[in-house]
Design a protein around this ligand. Structure first.
Ligand code: NAP
Length: 294
């Protein structure tokens, strides 16, 4: 790989959030800095709510090429930058800020790209066009997932969420390609789907697990769980045992990295098995292989 980062410049990027020290982004980005022999650092910066504008406006003067934005700042940050792209505009949230040559700030949302790239990388033969998809959840991540699915020309997306009004909000945002089913009918919504995405927080460490009847779904249906704490959720494990192809949230997280690098440093590092294992082991050291409350 040809590295084009300015050798005179100490490459700087960050992730801002509150809290932030749980973030695995520094591990991933600093792995690439070292691997590519780049002089620089990716820092976790804890920014309290109310301080987002100050933090973002300080980036150019401090020599940062940009930053990632995580909970709870994604929406405020979108309104604090100078320009955003179509994806960020539609989602009302950004996950990445880029400092431009003239010190202005550009905001974009890479969650949907990470979601798609991970699917392409994990299951290269799976084609999304004209597929029926079920998305469980209607929060910020589901919004990004649906954006990516629509970009990929799926036929229909059935959204099931505990709070029905949030599903209806997604339908208003994206139109009739979204079909809304109630949470109570979630199992029926899985029938005929080629791809089932968990974009709820269910299955996360400390949360109860998903109750999807894996045995009853089509064995060819891809099960994609975007939760990455633990790195392998109970849902993914059950789907694998059932013989379904699977995709993990950890992969989605890692595949957002190269997109940000392209914006900040003009290069796209690779998501390798070595990087995947490094972050997986690090997550397992803290959360175990899957300490969910079933
Ligand atoms: P969010 O905006 O807070 O949305 C949370 C979603 O989970 C909502 O749909 C919510 O339903 C649902 N939910 C929460 N508790 C539930 C319960 N007990 N039963 C059923 N549904 C429940 O959060 P988010 O940003 O969308 O994130 C959701 C998950 O995705 C998190 O685990 C996050 O870490 C993960 N994520 C992963 C990536 C990645 O790169 N892999 C990126 C972004 C997010 P209601 O609307 O009814 O509350």
């Amino acid at each position: 790989m040809v590295v084009t980062v300015d050798p005179e410049k100490f490459a700087l990027a960050a992730v801002i959030g509150w809290p932030i020290m749980h973030s695995r982004s520094p591990l991933m980005h600093n792995f690439w800095m070292k691997q590519l022999g780049i002089s620089g650092r990716y820092l976790p910066i804890a920014i309290k709510p109310g301080k987002v504008v100050d933090a973002l406006r300080a980036l150019p003067g401090l020599g940062f090429s940009g930053c990632n934005v995580t909970i709870p700042h994604k929406m405020v940050a979108k309104d604090s930058v100078d320009d955003v792209d179509d994806a960020a505009d539609k989602m009302g949230a950004i996950s990445c800020v880029v400092v431009r040559e003239d010190s202005s700030l550009f905001g974009t949302n890479n969650d949907w790209i990470g979601f798609l790239r991970n699917l392409e990388y994990s299951l290269p033969k799976f084609v999304l066009k004209d597929r029926y998809v079920t998305v469980m959840g209607a929060g910020g991540a589901a919004r990004a997932v649906c954006y990516g699915l629509i970009k990929s020309q799926v036929k229909k997306i059935t959204v099931v969420n505990q709070t029905l009004n949030k599903s209806k909000l997604l339908q208003r945002l994206y139109g009739d390609i979204i079909c809304v089913r109630s949470w109570e009918n979630r199992n029926a919504a899985l029938e005929g789907s080629s791809l089932i995405v968990n974009a709820t927080s269910l299955g996360m460490v400390g949360m109860r697990d998903h109750d999807i009847p894996i045995e009853a779904i089509d064995q060819n249906a891809v099960v994609y769980d975007i939760v990455y704490t633990p790195s392998e959720t109970n849902l993914i494990r059950r789907a694998s045992v059932n013989g379904n192809p699977t995709c993990t949230g950890l992969g989605m997280l890692l595949h957002q990295g190269p997109v940000a690098w392209k914006h900040w440093f003009g290069i796209e590092p690779l998501v390798t098995n070595e990087l995947y294992d490094l972050v997986r082991r690090n997550l397992e050291a803290e959360y175990g292989p899957g300490k969910t409350i079933v």
